[in-house]
Design a protein around this ligand. Structure first.
Ligand SMILES: C[C@H](O)[C@H](O)[C@@H](O)C(=O)CO
Ligand SMILES: [Mn+2]
Length: 419
């Protein structure tokens, strides 16, 4: 049977429940996923004085073919994008600036240092998002940045964040699509602090200073990303969830929830509806923590499906800004992007093909037997045939056929790069 024949027969099964597959396609097709550039080079970046990765995050693996220039990274992204259905965004970190061999410190970065990215994004009709990089830098050596006791250090990072927002606003203006600037800082302590309040007070003051600079909101929106712990900040993280949730609500900023930044049994899917009751928008870093914030490639697992469901059934596709954040250097990096991003989109399509209204109704009536039965049965509905047809319609490889393209790219491009 052809992809189309499989699709036609699968579609009938969903239609039994009044589910329009075409409507689901239309809905999902419009959702941009912000694809993080840093999977392509293990968060190395292109600074002239490149520093070791710091900030309590780690990339493991040494798969050959890592991008070492902006051109290589963009070429790898293009390859991945050609295998992913839909139109998406690319998420940059400040360390991906191109300064033509000149040493430009982070607090002096300007939009012009990202002009190549903007030109490339225009050419490929992509939106761009941005992150100031408050790690892998001598000024972040002791693991403290915006909450540092030394005002000179704080001021340096405040300037960097202000510049970052200006860069993102430039992206938004040039590309005609609002950029998201997400601030994540590593600040914390390895061991039990004797004062939790003072660093948090300093972080609050630093953020106030950063956001006191007015930026055109139609070009840029700001988010703050919390974390539970990192390597070297096991006992205390200044920017905890409660800290940023309070800050974001009070100051009209977006909370960014990274799925790897909570206690292992605490699920981001369970937070979305609660947070959307109090803020119009929310941002995500979809990742896969394996026992810790390990940033494994996103797979089509229970939590990803649940995140998709929470976004879809609460009509929040335009309220939740979906970004990815994983980095695996033990596998082909183009494949990593392709797997993780296809899975994210797959989860949204899966969620759009559930009888969500009926399931809500069953819950309201207290009919938990039917609710569970249907939710379980739908897991083995012929979703694969629908997904395959969606990929075909979107002009990207069906099933694992994309892997052949990655292998060809590996042989013809990645394998020729210097180790
Ligand atoms: C590159 C990092 O993953 C990113 O800046 C941050 O979002 C994070 O999740 C740190 O754990
Ligand atoms: Mn993150």
């Amino acid at each position: 049977m052809s992809i189309r024949d499989n699709f036609k027969s699968a579609k009938k099964q969903y239609e039994k429940w009044g589910i329009s597959v075409e409507d689901a396609f239309e809905k999902v097709k419009k959702v941009p996923v912000s694809i993080h550039c840093w999977q392509g080079d293990d968060i190395g970046g292109f600074e002239v004085n490149q520093q070791e990765l710091s900030g309590g995050i780690d990339v493991t693996g040494n798969y050959p073919g890592k991008a070492t220039t902006p051109e290589e990274l963009r070429s790898d992204l293009e390859k991945a994008l050609s295998l992913i259905p839909g139109k998406h965004r690319i998420n940059l970190h400040a360390i991906y600036a191109e300064t033509e061999g000149e040493v430009v410190d982070r607090d002096a970065l300007e939009p012009k240092h990202f002009q190549n990215w903007v030109d490339w994004a225009k050419e490929h009709e992509l939106g761009l998002d941005f992150n100031p990089t408050l790690f892998s830098h001598p000024m972040a050596e002791d693991g403290l940045t915006l909450a540092h006791p030394d005002k000179e250090v704080r001021d340096f990072w405040i300037r960097h964040c202000i510049q970052s927002r200006k860069i993102a606003a430039y992206f938004g203006k040039e590309l005609g699509t609002q950029a998201l600037t997400n601030i994540w800082i590593p600040d914390g302590y390895k061991d039990i602090p004797s004062d939790r309040l003072t660093p948090r007070q300093r972080l609050k003051d630093s953020l106030d200073e950063i956001f006191s600079v007015e930026i055109n909101e139609s070009h840029n929106v700001d988010a703050v990303e919390s974390k539970l712990f990192g390597i070297g900040s096991e006992a205390y993280v200044v920017g905890s969830h409660e800290f940023y949730m309070g800050y974001a609500l009070k100051n009209n900023k977006l909370c960014l929830l990274d799925t790897g930044h909570y206690h292992p049994t605490e699920m981001v899917s369970n937070k979305i509806s609660a947070m959307l009751l109090y803020s119009d928008k929310l941002a995500l870093h979809v990742s896969r923590p394996v026992r810790w914030d390990s940033d494994h490639v996103v797979i089509f697992d229970d939590e990803l499906r649940e995140i998709g469901l929470e976004i879809v059934r609460n009509n929040a596709l335009d309220k939740v800004m979906i970004g990815l954040d994983f980095f695996d250097a033990s596998i082909n990096r183009v494949a990593a992007w392709t797997i993780g991003t296809r899975n994210m989109i797959k989860a949204l399509l899966y969620a759009s093909l559930l009888p969500n209204e009926k399931l809500k109704e069953l819950q309201e009536k207290g009919n938990f037997t039917d609710r569970l039965a249907l939710m379980e049965e739908f897991k083995t509905y012929p979703f694969g045939a629908i997904w395959d047809y969606y990929c075909e319609m979107q002009g990207v490889p069906v099933q694992e056929n994309w892997l052949d393209e990655v292998k060809t790219y590996e042989q013809s491009v990645l394998a020729k790069r210097e180790a």
